[in-house]
Design a binder for this molecule. Structure first.
Ligand SMILES: CC(C)(COP(=O)(O)OP(=O)(O)OC[C@H]1O[C@@H](n2cnc3c(N)ncnc32)[C@H](O)[C@@H]1OP(=O)(O)O)[C@@H](O)C(=O)NCCC(=O)NCCS
Length: 153
């Protein structure tokens, strides 16, 4: 498995496995190719979008963007906002862990002090994952758990 920057070439595969996550009830946000391209690969606030790949198969990706004033998650402007999505057939194989090693370094390089992960309150895998990566709960808006990671310098 390698971890690299995501490109337009990855959009089709990412959209396909996001649709699998939607079908199994693990995703509620859009999953079409236009959304993936605009929100993960080409987002104006993007810091990075790391992709894990093995033999040409995209196993998962992790997006990190800078929170701007008035963002839809209510995250403090200037913090990072992270999102992680792993192909269901590749779950619990260390893909998320490998992605965060890269994202964390990119956050440091970008001068971020904190990263927010907003997680569905009924998503135990994601809650466990972010806790394992060192995120800690700092607020709990209706239906969500927001965890923060303090980027070490
Ligand atoms: C949550 C998710 C990102 C985890 O990614 P992953 O690649 O499967 O995670 P890893 O294999 O790197 O696991 C790292 C650690 O996270 C924790 N973890 C991951 N999946 C877990 C699970 N299903 N149950 C309990 N702990 C889990 C463990 O501590 C694990 O370490 P270990 O395997 O050594 O015990 C992935 O399951 C996913 O994409 N879920 C669907 C989409 C989603 O909910 N994304 C988050 C939106 S906020």
């Amino acid at each position: 498995m390698i971890v690299r920057d995501g490109t337009i070439e990855d959009v089709e595969q990412i959209s396909a496995f996001l649709q699998q996550l939607t079908a199994s009830g693990k995703r509620t946000r859009p999953d079409d190719e236009a959304f993936v391209r605009a929100n993960y690969i080409e987002d104006a606030d993007k810091i990075c979008c790391a992709v894990a790949e093995e033999d040409g198969v995209v196993l998962g990706f992790q997006s990190l963007k800078r929170a701007r004033a008035g963002n839809e998650w209510g995250v403090e402007p200037g913090w990072g906002i992270i999102g992680t999505h792993i192909r269901p057939s590749a779950a619990r194989r260390g893909v998320g862990r490998a992605l965060f090693a890269v994202t964390q370094a990119r956050a440091r390089d970008a001068g971020l002090a904190h990263i927010d992960a907003t997680i569905g309150a009924t998503n135990p895998e994601a809650l466990s994952y972010y806790e394992a990566m060192g995120f800690q709960t700092y607020r709990t808006p209706e239906g969500s758990v927001c965890k923060r990671f303090d980027v070490s310098t």
